[in-house]
Design a protein around this ligand. Structure first.
Ligand code: GLC
Length: 548
């Protein structure tokens, strides 16, 4: 089984924001291709590309008007293929978006449907109704922008259903031709050589009256069909579920190993922030205890931030209020049921907390997904609408447009960050390249060290250990004879970590003295007794490899 994704490090990149080769103010594939050296030097092994298809861009390209082509802003299909070849030549895998729940209202399928006869097969590619009161159990997700999941179409003279913006009508998965068409789109990109597909908004495909219209059995049945279809035609490809659901329902996207290979760890993500805020490991240990071993070949995609708001949809109301109060006191930072901030400003620019969360991202079970720009602690722009504030151009240097584009600064699709604390003059790749202690170089060193133990971190089991202090998260990762002990101080004050070493020394009592080497600092220590004790400074972490 080619399960490359289990030992991967994924880098999420918005093509439009990464590098602009033709100076039109938009990033493009030629630009991205020219920056592959950088991505390789960073140490990531796979790139996940945000939507780059023709689109009216009402939802940043998640409103697709043509599934088989490239938006002219980003280049051509030939440019994409050149990029894919160049990435593969460097052993970088490429994951693209399969937006399968909805299309843009500009897609020819919707245009055909709205003009077609009521009840005709063409009309039925989408969901229509004479009243806007059906499927009332389906929650409104973009609640700051939409009041209902139904909108009136004056051409069809009916309401149509949409889970997201009213410019994104939902496809009707009960229609065999729709399912067939989406399988064809899947084949199109996999035939080109794409290694993985992120299944956008996958819980909402099938709708049934009287339900929440989320994670229905029919949706899982289709995913098994999709998986079987992919497996029968292509080798070594990966399906990644974007299913922002409660723990049990998120797990369902792995099926019995016959649905998605990967799913984002939405249950874990907000609890990392809860633990940091409460200075207490329990929110993390509690959720990890609920996550069972995954079916063979499956893997979590672990993440701290992405191109969307930091979703607080799946925490309790009280926890959401607590997280909002703590991490988003500025109301402009709140959107829908989440927080629209990048990692660095979210954490108040605190380098120790940024590193601490990255240590957890890179050592907890799962494949880490890094969001572009977070490796240089890029800032955001709360004055931009929707989630665009976390999608601004990559900051390469202190020159014009942060080195992203040679265009007239006024023609940039999104402005570069110029707030004093995160200005591109100071926060950029070129400057951080030169500073050995920069976050960029810290990330490079960590990724390089992690790569040497990729199997341990990617495939290893997890054992939570009592850390001796409520603020200390202690866990062991184990794979074959290899072990790594992670100690993380979630508190803003120094704490004494205290760990029973019988879990580390295998078999208990054997082969002492045991030597431990910190992956981050290279320091070595020797276990002297039955208990390992270490004073951890505020927000400090140790990643201790056990010498075999
Ligand atoms: C996913 C995407 C988000 C998009 C939504 C609708 O949640 O991550 O950016 O707005 O789907 O397509």
């Amino acid at each position: 089984m080619d399960d490359w994704y289990r030992t991967a490090v994924i880098y999420e990149v918005r093509v439009r924001s990464f590098a602009d080769a033709d100076s039109d103010g938009n990033g493009d594939f030629a630009g991205l291709t020219s920056r592959l050296d950088y991505l390789q030097s960073l140490g990531v092994t796979a790139l996940w590309l945000l939507p780059f298809y023709p689109s009216p861009l009402r939802d940043d390209g998640y409103d697709i008007a043509d599934y088989r082509s490239v938006h002219p802003d980003c280049g051509t299909l030939d440019d994409f293929q050149r990029f894919l070849e160049a990435a593969h030549a460097r052993d970088l895998r490429v994951i693209t978006e399969l937006v399968l729940n909805h299309t843009s209202d500009q897609h020819p399928w919707f245009q055909r449907a709205r003009h077609a006869q009521r009840g005709s097969p063409e009309r039925d590619w989408y969901l229509w109704s004479d009243a806007a009161d059906g499927l009332a159990g389906a929650r409104v997700i973009f609640r700051d922008f939409e009041r209902s999941n139904w909108s009136w179409d004056p051409v069809a003279e009916q309401f149509f259903f949409h889970r997201f913006y009213s410019s994104q009508p939902d496809l009707n998965y009960d229609h065999p031709a729709v399912r067939e068409a989406i399988l064809d789109v899947t084949d199109f990109w996999l035939q080109l050589g794409v290694d993985g597909l992120r299944l956008d908004a996958v819980p909402y495909l099938f709708k049934r009256e009287g339900t929440t219209c989320e994670s229905l059995p029919e949706t899982h049945r289709f995913l098994r069909e999709l998986r079987a279809h992919v497996d029968s035609r292509f080798a070594g490809r990966m399906l990644l579920a974007e299913a922002n659901q409660c723990t049990e329902q998120t797990l369902a996207y792995f099926g019995a190993g016959d649905e998605c290979h990967m799913a984002f760890n939405f249950p874990l993500m907000p609890r990392l922030y809860l633990a940091l805020e409460r200075e207490c490991a329990e929110p993390i240990t509690e959720v990890l205890a609920q996550l069972p071993d995954l079916p063979p070949g499956c893997q979590w995609a672990t993440f701290l931030r992405n191109h969307d708001e930091l979703s607080l949809e799946m925490v309790s109301d009280a926890e959401r209020q607590e997280l909002w109060r703590h991490w988003a006191p500025d109301p402009r930072a709140r959107i829908n049921l989440g927080i629209r901030r990048r990692l660095a400003p979210l954490l108040g620019g605190d380098r120790r907390r940024i590193e601490l969360l990255n240590v957890l991202l890179l050592t907890l079970p799962g494949t880490p997904v890094l969001y572009y720009g977070d490796e240089i602690a890029m800032g955001d722009n709360l004055y931009l609408p929707d989630r665009h504030g976390v999608r601004t151009p990559m900051q390469w240097s202190g020159t014009r447009n942060a080195g992203f584009s040679a265009c007239d600064p006024q023609s940039l699709a999104l402005p570069v960050v110029v707030s004093p604390d995160y200005h591109y003059m100071g926060t950029n790749v070129e400057a951080q390249d030169r500073q050995p202690g920069s976050l960029l170089n810290w990330t490079r060193r960590f990724l390089a060290a992690r790569k040497r133990h990729a199997a341990l971190f990617g495939r290893g089991a997890l054992r939570i250990l009592p850390g001796g202090d409520p603020g200390v998260l202690a866990f062991l990762r184990l794979h074959d004879s290899r072990r790594v002990l992670v100690l993380a101080n979630l508190a803003a004050s120094s704490r004494l970590a205290s760990v029973d070493t019988s879990a580390i020394v295998q078999p208990p009592g054997a082969a002492s003295p045991v030597r431990l080497r910190d992956l981050l600092s290279g320091h070595e220590l020797t276990l002297a007794g039955p208990t390992l004790q270490a004073i951890l400074e505020p927000h400090a972490a140790l990643v201790l490899l056990v010498a075999s």
